[in-house]
Design a protein around this ligand. Structure first.
Ligand code: HT7
Ligand code: ZN
Length: 855
């Protein structure tokens, strides 16, 4: 298929003055009557997208069109002679119960719901399914009253009542013009949680969260996060909520995390429901950030939307930046920055270095669903962060205000966004656009002599982009001596290829702490020695760099260990290991750092990170290296871990706040290290913690430690866990995940057996991600088994999923993008798998991903 090109953009030739949608909801045959008031803006036919729906009739100004008056293909309805101003009525039918793509209108848990971003609306009716066609929507929903007591759509409810045959109806009007990807409809029976929020101008907004019967108490945390988000957007960005009510609905079958439909957010239930006994601290943290993210879209995405899908980062990058800033304010800036950068490096850097690399604003795509990537989201957020660093907080806010004021109600471009900052601050930001256009992660080389430092940037070719140009790069740095900093933090902006800066003072025995707070999304070649990293670990006032120094040391160790394991040599890392562990120990015992920071310092780099630093590596050797390092750290901290674990026991009532979560994180990191080093107390403690836990963080951490220790107690604990949580699907997802990430005693057969388990549901993306996704991403021993059985299993699961849900299948297949980093034997095995996928006649989504990975 011909890709869509950014350079081909042309505005739509009609404007839609209003849209009315009338849904006669029935599970197997829903009828939609669409009424469009249109006016012509340019010549040509009216082209309407449509997919997987049946056209019943089309009329213009009350005249039903004959079949010869329109063209109908699998994907389009084309109307030739449309008057300049007219009313078009289209009647279509769809089958929500058979819609396994989970795009458009579908049934989940016996309820109707919709997902329209990016191109799902065309599965509901024929329509210009593009983000730059904005209109005001009136929606009438009619459905069986007893089965579907709640009928919801965007905006405000203006009417409701009885309908014949035990049915009822509701009418919703959304006064804000929107593109159809923000349309939403939900119908079903729910438990509801209600609250309200008073905006900064004094308007009372009712807030409602709709969940499964019995789940309302588990929505308390999301409700609290919502109110905090609403307040934060007012204080941090001056943005007030606009509609008269705000609703969130939880659904269990969902392709993604959540969706920001205007006034009616729809959430994957895994990102909404939590309480202490059933949700981990990580679940609470994610819920807080995703609730905020979707709410913040109301301004960055909904009030100002995207001209076309190439501008996706305009809403996603900016909104991720806003949710990261919110989380930093709620939970602590340093720890938040570490977590964000860790995620960026693990996922986005890998993407940028592999066959799927693409710019933050791509210039072509085959299926836009495949572009909801770490590059668009996370690197997109880093670009906004750099902009703030370059401009300073005040000018950044001025630019944001200008953007919101001048582009409200429009579908904008990245250029218009950048121009807002230029107009508001009188700066030239044209070179900054390169960050949006060039794929790949730049390398920042740091070379110092006694009195100066030279920063040099370079960027390797990526698929389709051979030559690259220097980009403006803010570099925060500081000089650190043996007793701490010997200069103030400095800021250098590298605009060209290279810049040399004088050091603020000329001391021989000093170390440079460069890229503090990760001020640009680059890889760094700092030329620092082990001693420099140890100094930074002990004395860098910048928390991010203090943590990062430890990660660099661990990565170096792991790379050496991987090489030794690959070639069957004994690893020679004694001195480096001793120094690294004593620096870890100093951090652990210091009263100056909080528990979250300490836990992050203890967490070692992932197998993915190690593979990124090496060429043609054996991933199972890298996984063994990680196991080896954990064991060695556990051995060397043997005397400290048990007292630390005991000290961190918490007997008070459960709280999901950052301080309590930090205690649990450090306690469970200590337990995991005791487990990794087979501390005699590890198994009894883990068992006791598992049996007595009153919160899921402790229960699950103990289960993971037990499952790593192996033996009979693993099966017993897993069975007990299953029986206890059988009726909570979100916890059963965890049960599948723990097993997917474990070296299963029966190998791949055990994994296949799990796909036959009565609780396994191959139509449910959460469950498939829990088992199949975690297997590919977090079980290197089994997934990369050289006998190829891990890959065979995975490919079979991808193809099975592709027959129902191409979006989720394509996303799973992304796990194969790592192949160029692997040893020759595995490269060949994965290439064979990708060829098999291509030969199986995959969906367009899967074919784009598999084809690009194969190269
Ligand atoms: N803007 C939302 C994207 C989304 C999505 C994309 C493709 C397929 C299904 C989807 N569901 C939601 C989510 C967000 O970034 O807020
Ligand atoms: Zn988003």
């Amino acid at each position: 298929p011909r890709p869509t090109l950014l350079s081909d953009y042309t505005p739509y030739n009609f404007s839609l003055d209003s849209v009315t949608l009338d849904f006669d909801l029935r599970v197997e045959a829903t009828q939609v009557t669409t009424t469009l008031s249109v006016s012509r803006k340019a010549g040509g036919p009216m082209r309407l997208n449509g997919e997987g729906i049946t056209l019943k009739s089309v009329s213009i100004d009350g005249q039903i069109l004959a079949r010869k008056d329109y063209q109908l293909t699998q994907t389009e309805l084309v109307l030739d002679n449309v008057p300049d101003n007219c009313v078009i009525e289209i009647i279509t039918q769809c089958n929500p119960s058979q819609n396994a793509t989970l795009m458009g209108l579908y049934v989940s848990g016996g309820r109707f719901c919709t997902q329209c971003e990016a191109e799902g609306f065309r599965r509901i009716t024929y329509y210009p399914d593009r983000p730059d066609v904005l209109s005001v929507f009136t929606v009438k929903i009619t459905a069986d009253k007893s089965k579907f007591p709640y009928l919801l759509a965007n905006g405000n409810m203006t009417d409701n009542g009885e309908a014949p045959g035990g049915r009822h109806f509701a009418v919703w009007e959304d006064p804000f013009p929107k593109p159809c990807y923000l349309f939403a409809l939900v119908a079903g029976d729910f438990d509801i949680l209600e609250d309200s929020f008073t905006t900064m101008s004094g308007r009372d907004i009712p807030l409602t969260i709709y969940v499964d019967r019995g789940d309302a108490p588990r929505a308390d945390y999301a409700m609290d996060a919502l109110k905090r988000s609403m307040r934060w957007d007012e204080t941090a960005f001056g943005r007030e909520y606009d509609l008269d009510r705000f609703m969130i609905v939880a659904v269990r079958d969902f392709n993604f995390g959540a969706m920001e439909n205007k006034g009616l957010n729809i959430f994957n239930s895994s990102l909404l429901l939590a309480d202490g006994p059933s949700a981990t601290d990580m679940n609470f943290e994610r819920i807080e950030s995703v609730v905020a993210h979707e709410y913040f879209h109301n301004w960055t995405g909904n009030r100002i939307t995207c001209r076309d899908w190439f501008q996706l980062c305009l809403k996603e990058g900016f909104t991720v930046f806003r949710d990261q800033e919110f989380s930093a304010d709620q939970r602590g800036a340093a720890v938040q920055r570490i977590k964000d950068v860790r995620a960026l490096r693990a996922r986005q850097f890998a993407e940028d270095a592999g066959p799927l690399a693409h710019p933050v604003r791509p210039s072509q795509y085959e299926k836009i669903d495949n572009f909801y990537t770490a590059t668009i989201y996370e690197k997109g957020a880093e670009l906004i962060r750099m902009l703030k660093t370059l401009l300073g907080a005040d000018d950044f806010r001025k630019g944001c205000d200008y953007y919101f004021e001048t582009l409200d109600g429009t579908a904008a471009t990245v250029e218009q966004f950048i121009e807002s900052f230029e107009a508001a601050t009188d700066r030239d930001l044209s070179q900054f656009m390169l960050w949006y256009e060039q794929a790949g992660t730049p390398v920042l080389d740091v070379k110092r002599d006694s009195s100066s430092v030279t920063f040099t940037q370079s960027l390797r070719a990526t698929p389709g982009q051979k030559t690259k140009r220097p980009m403006p790069m803010p570099i925060k740095w500081q000089v650190i001596g043996k007793d701490g900093p010997v200069s103030d933090p400095q800021m250098t902006v590298l605009n060209g290829a290279s810049i040399t800066v004088d050091l603020p003072n000329d001391r021989p025995d000093t170390t440079l702490s460069v890229l503090q707070d990760f001020s640009s999304p680059v890889r760094i070649n700092s030329r620092n020695e082990t001693g420099d990293y140890l100094r930074l670990m002990g004395g860098d006032p910048n928390s991010f760099n203090r943590w990062d120094a430890g990660q660099t040391l661990a990565t170096k160790l792991l790379s050496t260990l991987t090489g030794a394991i690959e070639s069957g040599r004994m690893p020679r890392v004694d001195t480096a290991l001793r120094d690294y562990v004593s620096a870890l120990r100093a951090t652990l015992l210091s009263p100056d750092f909080d528990n979250n920071f300490k836990a992050l310092t203890l967490s070692s780099p992932s197998v993915m990170t190690i593979l990124q630093t090496r060429k043609a590596s054996d991933p199972t050797a890298a996984a063994l290296a990680v196991d080896w390092l954990h064991r060695a750290i556990g051995d060397r901290l043997r005397g400290d871990l048990l007292p630390l674990y005991n000290d961190l026991q918490d007997s008070g009532p459960f709280s999901p706040d950052a301080a309590a979560a930090g205690r649990r994180a450090l306690k469970n990191a200590s337990l995991a290290l005791m487990g990794a080093s087979f501390h005699p107390q590890a198994a009894p403690l883990a068992l006791e913690q598992f049996n007595d836990a009153t919160n899921m963080t402790d229960e699950l951490s103990a289960l993971v430690t037990l499952s790593q220790l192996g033996g009979r107690r693993v099966d017993q604990s897993l069975s007990r866990f299953y029986e206890k949580w059988e009726h909570n699907p979100l916890v059963i997802d965890k049960w599948f995940a723990v097993q997917a990430m474990r070296k299963l005693p029966g190998g791949i057969h055990d994994l296949s057996d799990l796909t036959e388990h009565s609780a396994y549901d191959r139509r449910n993306p959460n469950r498939v991600r829990a088992l199949v996704g975690n297997f590919a991403m977090s079980n290197p021993h089994m997934f990369h088994n050289i006998d190829g059985t891990g890959y065979d299993f995975f490919t079979a699961q991808i193809l099975d999923m592709d027959s129902r849900n191409p979006q989720v299948a394509a996303r799973l297949a992304g796990a194969y993008e790592i192949w160029p980093k692997l040893d020759k034997a595995r490269q060949a095995l994965i290439q064979d798998q990708l060829r098999a996928i291509m030969a199986a006649g995959p969906s367009q989504n899967l074919s784009e991903i598999a084809g690009k990975i194969l190269g």
